[in-house]
Design a protein around this ligand. Structure first.
Ligand SMILES: Nc1ncnc2c1ncn2[C@@H]1O[C@H](COP(=O)(O)OP(=O)(O)OP(=O)(O)O)[C@@H](O)[C@H]1O
Ligand SMILES: [Mg+2]
Length: 575
């Protein structure tokens, strides 16, 4: 019952359509009953009494009944489809907009393929459930009742006999429902494996080719689809087995009815017309009974996807703060900050204490995996510190709204993320509706204008998925232009110049220097030549600040920084 209530709660906003669809379905049920009803005059009056006037009227009535069935079935299907499609559309939109509000940590645990599968496959399962259950429940339910009514009217004793077998069928079908739920849960998992696999392998097509792994990948895919095939066949067996039970039980009932009814006719207790009408009703009740039996199985089948979607909807989203953070005036401060990734055991940052004054340029260097990106990620609150707090002007950023906090940052991430849109749209991503002069100015500042101007469609060039049609350095310059256009008070540059050649790096470096003026900047770089000019350099070692000072101070100190620096320059000199 709880399942049915849930379904009705879902369709409530679309009730006018649903009610009309149900009404149309009820008319179809009535027409079905009329068909059985008319079997009696057809037999007794036309065939036996040879009534010529009825011979004209009856076929006409039959034609009208069939026509009516067609028309009202059309209305019913159309209305029901529009209600369920509409519901699914809104549901899917809600699911997507909710899912992108989830914290980054959630996406670390759930693959993008899984997410895609939820939004596409699970929601489709929901749609099937709605259109089938609600439609069938009413139409087939009413048809069955109306036909049974005709049967009882004609011969109540025979009708009673023929429904005694019903509990038998219900029991069999009910026990299949539970199995169906298990199978369907597995089938849904399999389909999410398929989407997951596909989204990964198309994204990694270059590596697949480079390592000649096509055959291997095709083999893995075949395994996954074979699993899915097996689960589907299992599901088909169960649901068709339910149909088979109904078939067998129904056959038993009808065989008995014919035997018993035949005897009544032979003894002259019942007319042939009554019997024909009764039999027609019983035959016609058959299809709706079978479908009703399958509704329960359908509901069991739709339960796992519904549960999964509900689980996603109940995930806590990113906790937005309530206060608007004013633009930075004095400083950013890390107060005894430690951080552990949810999926990791070790701390990525240990007790970081750091004060960055407004307008300062801070460079963060250190070995790979030292925690540089992690440190930068805490600033726009991509992640929340496990201990301690990050403050801007002594306000804990966890109390600030995302819009007021993230609006202050321009971020050039380590992995360049671009969207499959035009160059102009990608640059203006953080400032929709920017004037084209602004976009060009930003591109010029990022030394991207020249290569863009050489493209056949210039700023209107589509760059392909994740910017596939551009070179690595070009992509990086676009992401710098994107940060420049936003014109934020705080800049985070994570390896912003790592894929540029030395000549363009120097140019971009100049551009960034212009950009850094009057801004607070956090630069993460492996190439130490790019960090020499920073006001302060921090060396992060295993999540701790090991050294801090200017280039001169740190070099003179002869610690980690000197080692890193010497290593890099001796390597360059040998090259
Ligand atoms: N999403 C994540 N989930 C779990 N652990 C992570 C995650 N991202 C990073 N780590 C771990 O946290 C530590 C610090 O990683 P981080 O990305 O901050 O290093 P980094 O200093 O930026 O290195 P690189 O110079 O290579 O970019 C590493 O040990 C890494 O394995
Ligand atoms: Mg990093």
């Amino acid at each position: 019952m709880e399942d049915y209530r849930k379904i009705f709660r879902l369709v409530r906003p679309y009730w006018p359509r649903v009610v009309l669809a149900i009404l149309a379905g009820l008319i179809v049920s009535g027409l079905n009953a009329a068909l059985a009803w008319l079997a009696k005059p057809a037999m007794d009056d036309v065939l036996i009494k040879k009534d010529a006037r009825l011979l004209v009227l009856l076929p006409l009535a039959l034609f009208l009944i069939f026509l009516g069935r067609g028309i009202f079935t059309f209305c019913q299907e159309y209305l029901m489809a529009s209600a369920s499609q509409k519901l699914v559309m809104h549901f899917r939109n809600g699911l997507y907009s909710r899912s992108i509000e989830l914290p980054l940590g959630y996406f670390g645990k759930n693959s993008s393929g899984e997410m895609i599968s939820k939004v596409i496959n699970d929601v489709t399962a929901l749609q099937n459930l709605l259109s089938f259950t609600i439609k069938d429940l009413f139409k087939e339910g009413a048809t069955a009742l109306a036909l049974l009514g005709v049967a009882f009217w004609r011969r109540w004793d025979l009708a009673l006999i023929s429904i005694t077998v019903l509990p038998l069928a219900l029991y069999g079908v009910g026990s299949l429902g539970k199995r169906m739920r298990r199978i369907s849960r597995r089938a849904q998992e399999k389909i999410s494996h398929i989407t997951e696999f596909l989204s990964e392998s198309y994204a990694g097509i270059k590596i697949i080719k480079a390592f000649c792994r096509q055959a291997g990948e095709a083999g893995r895919f075949e395994e996954i689809t074979r699993d899915y095939y097996r689960e589907n066949m299992r599901a088909t067996r169960v649901s068709q087995f339910a149909a088979l039970i109904m078939e067998a039980v129904g056959g038993l009932g009808i065989a008995f009815v014919i035997w018993y009814g035949g005897r009544l006719i032979i003894r002259g207790v019942m007319t042939a017309g009554d019997f024909t009408s009764f039999l027609t009703a019983i035959f016609l009740v058959y299809t709706p009974a079978k479908r009703l039996a399958q509704i329960n199985i359908g509901i069991q089948q739709a339960r796992p996807p519904l549960e999964r979607v509900q689980k996603l909807l109940s995930e806590p989203g990113e906790q937005d703060g309530s206060a608007d953070l004013p633009p930075i005036r004095r400083s950013i401060e890390f107060k005894n900050v430690s951080f552990v990734y949810a999926s990791a055991r070790q701390k990525a940052l240990h007790g970081i204490n750091l004060r960055i004054s407004k307008g300062e340029i801070i460079a963060i260097v250190g070995k790979s995996g030292g925690g540089k990106t992690t440190l930068a990620n805490l600033l726009p609150r991509f992640y929340v510190p496990t201990e301690g707090a990050v403050c801007i002007d002594d306000v804990d950023i966890s109390t600030a709204t995302f819009a007021s906090l993230r609006g202050q940052f321009g971020i050039v991430t380590q992995e360049v993320i671009l969207f499959n849109d035009t160059i102009a749209a990608n640059i203006a991503y953080g400032k929709p509706g920017a004037a084209s002069e602004e976009i060009v100015a930003a591109a010029q500042a990022a030394y991207a204008h020249d290569f863009i101007a050489e493209l056949p469609q210039g700023y209107d060039t589509m760059i392909g998925e994740r910017g596939m049609r551009l070179s690595g350095g070009q992509r990086q310059r676009l992401s710098i232009a994107r940060a420049i256009l936003k014109n934020p008070p705080i800049l985070i540059l994570d390896e912003a110049t790592s894929s540029l050649d030395t000549a363009s790096e120097m140019m971009v470096q100049k551009a960034l220097e212009n950009l850094m003026a009057n801004r607070t900047t956090i630069v993460i770089a492996h190439r130490l030549s790019t960090v020499k000019k920073a006001d302060r350099i921090l060396v992060l070692e295993k999540g701790r600040i090991a050294e801090s000072g200017s280039h001169r101070e740190l070099y003179a100190r002869g610690g980690l920084y000197k080692d890193l620096y010497d290593l890099q320059f001796s390597a360059q000199e040998t090259a």
